[in-house]
Design a protein around this ligand. Structure first.
Ligand code: MN
Length: 477
């Protein structure tokens, strides 16, 4: 069972003042929750301790760890934000308050309260992304211990996790949390399919174990021979990831990245240098090579992906990246706690604003939709739903919701481009303004200064909140 000693052992590299603060937060939370138990029968404090432990695994700063320990005190005990601010500091109080539900008495119905709280969680990203990370750690521990809840609660929580927390984890690049949340939820939503895929996966793992191990050793040896220091790990696709591929029509035996090799090197150049001897040994499938180092994903994931003809005539996916890229691939924005000690909080918020494309969409939706239910509907459709990724003429990757048209693209580039648009050239072919964008399209907007500007019909052709608003504004000018 989780205890303060296990948590303290985890944070022993923190400085003395920080460790003292964590201890103090524990003692305060322990006193407040005294007498409360979880459905498992354990004392309640075990839950906040686990949440803090998950945060400590991400090297969270001391304020965040304290907030993790205190995250349920405003909701379930009689302390106040002011008391936490006085005992600790205003930052800790702000984080705890951000992670706390708005009280039922402020709403006419349970569902109105739910909508307001979901909105609060999503928009806390714009205040302080650490609040989302605390909420993700909270949800992760709750999902890990969901067996003690009623069947109705299990399904309800699993669904909410899939709809809200999984996409949030993906958007900030926290793949490790995303994948665990997916599998935990999927297990409650479709238990039969979960067990079936899980059993099949074990069989395939066992069958290909030797082959994968041989490849790992051969690649390791050839890279050492070329003086490229490296560490290679076997990575297994999560159950829900396999399920998604199967529901698209793939056979489980044909999923090439069910097992893949993660090749970790020290320097970026080594990722590319390593390719030549590997491809000389195992031929690559040309069209499956992807350079996410030069073109990172919109959640900052970086890696080279190549699929090769492996031993036993199997196709095997290889992922090449540096150790730092691998940390980002596991924890996303939360990685800055580890690689930007002291300044992490500012860096996280800056990166989010400048590099993560969903951020502007979120601000826009938050501004336009006053009603909580409408806000959540739009956020699900525009930010959390499937995306398309297309190229600008310079090769920058643009993220848009699936179903977005050339109009959305034009307004995302610039309002003037949208307002003077007459058509677009997609993959060297002229298309109308309402062309629906497809993955990997190269898009160039055709403009004409003498164009009449946005037409009435465009608002319905646009999918994004931003483009729709710009079209409305043009019409009322
Ligand atoms: Mn909690």
């Amino acid at each position: 069972m989780m205890s303060i000693d296990i948590l303290l052992a985890k944070v022993k590299e923190y400085n003395e003042k920080e460790i003292e603060k964590v201890k103090k937060a524990y003692e305060f939370a322990e006193r407040l929750h005294k007498g409360q138990t979880r459905q498992s029968g354990e004392p309640y404090i075990v839950h906040p301790l686990n949440v803090a432990y998950i945060l400590a695994e991400m090297h969270a700063d001391a304020d965040t760890l304290c907030a993790g320990l205190l995250h349920d005190t405003l909701e379930d005990t009689d302390t106040t934000k002011e008391e936490i601010a006085n005992l600790f500091n205003p930052e800790v109080a702000k984080l705890v308050d951000g992670a706390t539900k708005i009280r039922r008495m402020n709403f006419s119905s349970k569902s109105a309260q739910n909508y307001a709280n979901t909105r609060k969680i999503i928009t806390s990203l714009t205040e302080d992304v650490r609040i989302i990370i605390i909420k993700l750690a909270d949800r992760l521990h709750n999902m890990r211990t969901l067996q003690f809840k009623s069947e109705f609660k299990q399904k309800e929580n699993a669904l909410e996790t899939m709809e809200i927390f999984v996409p949030l984890a993906y958007q900030i690049g926290a793949y490790r949390i995303k994948q665990e949340l997916e599998d935990l939820s999927f297990r409650y939503l479709k238990p039969d399919i979960y067990d079936h895929i899980s059993a099949k996966r074990t069989i395939i793992e066992r069958e290909s174990e030797q082959c994968v191990k041989d490849m790992l050793e051969k690649i390791h040896a050839v890279l050492c021979d070329k003086q490229i220091p490296n560490e290679i790990k076997v990575r297994t696709k999560n159950i829900y990831g396999i399920y998604k591929k199967i529901s698209r029509g793939d056979k489980i035996s044909e999923i090439h990245d069910l097992l893949s090799l993660k090749i970790l090197v020290d320097e970026i150049d080594d990722c590319y240098l390593a390719l030549r001897p590997i491809h000389a040994m195992y031929h690559p499938v040309n069209r499956k090579f992807k350079d996410y180092i030069a073109n990172p994903k919109t959640n900052m994931y970086q890696s080279l992906h190549t699929t090769v003809f492996g031993l036993d005539d199997r196709l095997v996916q290889l992922q090449l990246r540096t150790h730092d890229m691998d940390k980002v691939a596991s924890f996303g924005l939360a990685t800055y706690w580890d690689i930007n000690k002291g300044r992490a909080r500012e860096v996280m918020q800056e990166e989010l604003k400048s590099k993560f494309q969903f951020y502007q969409s979120l601000l826009e939706i938050n501004e336009v939709f006053r009603d909580n239910q409408a806000f959540i509907y739009q956020a699900k459709n525009e930010i959390f739903a499937d995306k398309v990724y297309v190229y600008t003429p310079k090769g920058d990757v643009m993220e848009l919701p699936k179903g977005a048209t050339a109009i959305d693209f034009a307004y995302k580039i610039h309002t003037d481009v949208g307002n003077t648009m007459v058509g677009a050239i997609v993959n060297d072919r002229y298309v109308p303004v309402n062309y629906v964008l497809q993955n990997n399209d190269r898009v160039k907007i055709v403009t004409d200064e003498l164009s009449y500007g946005a037409r009435d019909s465009w608002e319905d052709m646009a999918k994004t909140t931003y483009a729709k608003r710009k079209i409305r504004e043009f019409k009322t000018k």
